[in-house]
Design a protein around this ligand. Sequence first.
Ligand SMILES: [Zn+2]
Length: 446
Amino acid sequence: MIIKNAQLITWGEGNQIIENGSLLIQEGVIREVGADLDKKYPDEESFDARGQYVMPGNICAHTHFYGAFARGMGIPGDAPKDFPQILERLWWPLDMALDEESVRYSALVFAVDAIKNGTTTLFDHHASPNYIDGSLDVIGDVLLNAGLRGVLCYEVTDRNGPEGAKAGIQENIRMIKKAAGIDSLGAAFGLHASLTLDDETLEACRDAIGEEAGFHIHVGEHQVDEYDSLKRGGLRVVDRLKKFGILGPRTIVAHGVHMDQAEAVLLAESGTWLTHQPRSNMNNAVGVAPIEDFLRLGIRVGIGTDGFYHAMWEEWKIAYFLHKAHHLDPRRMNALDIIQMGVKNNAALANLYLPDTRVGVIEKGAAADLIFVNIHPFTPLTAGNLPWQIIFGIQEGMITSTMVGGKFLMKERELLTLDEEKIAAEARALAPEIWKRYEGYVGKYS
Ligand SMILES: [Zn+2]
């Protein structure tokens, strides 16, 4: 297929914008980047981008599909006063309420959401303690049928007893082996957070994982994680994870809001990835991670949504504004740092976990994971000012088409692989039962 008449934003070296560009796509891969390729390859079917900007699909480095049914749900009793109460009264009872069908619909509604928002690769961190075995297959099948790429994991925890922890370990191991044979799926080994993991379980996880796999875990999202770890054995969270061999160049830690400087250095030294989720941090009122310090230390920081809708540009914008407001300084959080995290680092992380595919860039040999954006810039849009053009004026609603591996998942705003109306109607029909089960579990942890 030829994509013609496109303004190509490559996100490649030098952050090129190619005017009147065209792409040759074969077997899901960009074979040639140039101009007038429809004339060079007259036998190829061509798609006219009509002057739209065409760029790599966005990547989400940390999310939770399982939280989808929290949308519109009320939390019984007084409003939670802090993050531990949010866990105990919202997320932990909600994950208990999920069965096979609700896991499937959680993934389906967020697959629709991701495609419409131009997010084509997602790192999911899953929990459904009453339906563990096979849960990652359900999510994986949804992503495969939708045409998206994903990196899955199941969060091992001790909060539901030793059997639950064991089942979680097995689910990770199974999916790591299975995903190795599927190009568009990857798998990490999921851990909830230090505060719900005993030493024996951390050891069992370390023993279970092969050399090639990495962990995906929440770290220091709230002070309680650090205080719990200090109480267990006098170590802060990252020191504890180091002791159990959890850190390393394939491991992803989410948040890091309450780490101290020595913990940040440990992440940098071990090559561990960190993901930043500003919308979630603001909503949970857990604080602001010193992300610029992390970048200066050399930590590879990416950006995720933590279960918010998968509009990555929106997440970038919140990160851009949050750090300025927090520091009372408009010079903080340069847009180039946002691009480093949201584009470069997220792509490098995705390429680590999906080794047969090159995503996040338009160049010869890269996957044809593309979004078509209907922008009419009223000032010059250049490679130099693109980060600010996005932050101040480009929105997910301008995305007209989303393609993964050369296949349109959305074309001219019409979803081609999923029936949004039907999925939403069926999810709405399921929601009252899920909410009822959830209410039955509220109080279990508090
Ligand atoms: Zn999370």
